[in-house]
Design a protein around this ligand. Structure first.
Ligand code: UDP
Ligand code: MG
Length: 313
């Protein structure tokens, strides 16, 4: 049996040595307790620092340390996809390099899937402690909205740290969409998943690659990728305003016929025009977002472009 550990790395020269030390420790345990072999697939997501050089060193030391290197930064989603594609293991685990996904949890995770009880063991953070309040609020709202409107369940606080069987990974690889939102994809493919919880851990070294804007765009990707209800929202508001306008017209006509009032009140008219055009633009925006995603999808561009690969050395 072989366990593949997939590690996306983007400018991680500081975190990599710490990670390698930890994973080697766990590798010994897994060899002893489970009689498993282990390979590490490091995906260099277009790093501009020494990451690739370090990965080459690891590979020279032990060929079970493989690497895939991208031609530029394609993002973590692309890196995870490339890693899953390159993996050869019977069980596959995705792990961040910054030790926020504790490797010490691996034996416990492995136990659940090896027993055949579960197809996948995922992790979630139990609290949002230490996060800026505004970010927490947006995160909570995001999970509320997407879980209300989408058929696919997106677990609040779920991390990408996840152990899966070969069968599940093959299913995921079949979803070769360009706009990837893994939290949704993992859940969309189904299979029995066990969730383990742990407190958020701080990054071991280096800097996070996410800022508020990136997270916001990522959340939009998730909503557009896994629910079409915003489009329905546009249709419904249109319908409601249509009904309201009919009632309004009837009201104005009746008032004119019965009381002969002159038509007046242009300030309210201006407000109504502004309001309706605002709603219209919002709905256009929603449609545009779906159209844009469709446009990117039909172009059928590759999810990533590989520059170097340890298998081709
Ligand atoms: N990462 C990546 N490509 C990117 C951004 C991040 O491969 O464009 C990797 C990064 O090297 C790390 C993991 O994704 O292993 C998680 O990134 P980070 O720790 O910055 O995110 P956070 O834990 O703060 O959400
Ligand atoms: Mg991190």
């Amino acid at each position: 049996m072989l366990l593949s550990v997939i590690v996306p790395c983007f400018n991680e020269e500081e975190a990599l040595p710490l990670f390698e030390k930890e994973i080697n420790k766990i590798e010994d345990t897994i060899r002893k307790d489970f009689d498993f072999d282990m390979e590490c697939i490091y995906v260099d997501d277009g790093s501009s620092d020494q990451t690739l050089r370090i990965l080459k060193e690891y590979n020279a030391k032990d060929p079970a340390n493989r690497y895939v290197s991208f031609s530029r930064n394609f993002g973590k989603e692309a890196a995870m996809y490339a890693g899953l594609k390159a993996s050869k293991g019977d069980y596959i685990v995705l792990m961040d390099v910054d030790l926020q996904d504790p490797p010490s949890l691996l034996p416990e995770m492995l136990r659940y899937v090896v027993s055949g009880e579960y197809d996948s063991v995922a992790t979630r953070r139990s609290t949002r402690k230490g996060e800026p309040p505004l970010r927490s609020w947006f995160a909570r709202k995001f999970y509320q909205i997407i879980n209300k409107t989408s058929d696919t369940e997106i677990v609040d606080g779920a991390r990408d740290y996840r152990l899966m069987t070969r069968q599940m990974v093959d299913a995921i690889l079949e979803l070769s969409e360009y706009n990837r939102f893994s939290k949704g994809i993992f859940s969309w493919v189904g299979f029995q998943t066990k969730y383990l919880e742990y407190e958020n851990i701080n990054r071991s070294a280096g800097q996070t690659k996410w800022n508020f804007h990136k997270l916001f765009m990522y959340a939009l990707d998730g909503i557009v990728g896994f629910t079409t209800s915003p489009l329905l929202f546009a249709a419904w508001t249109g319908f409601i305003f249509f009904i309201l306008s009919i009632l309004g017209i009837i009201f104005v006509i009746v008032r004119k016929l019965m009381f002969g009032d002159p038509t007046s009140g242009w300030p309210s008219l201006v407000c109504i025009i502004l309001f309706i055009s605002g709603v219209q633009l919002l709905c256009f925006g929603i449609m545009g977002e779906y159209l844009a995603k469709t446009y990117l999808e039909v172009k059928n561009r590759p999810i990533y472009i590989e520059k170097e690969n340890s298998d081709k050395e």
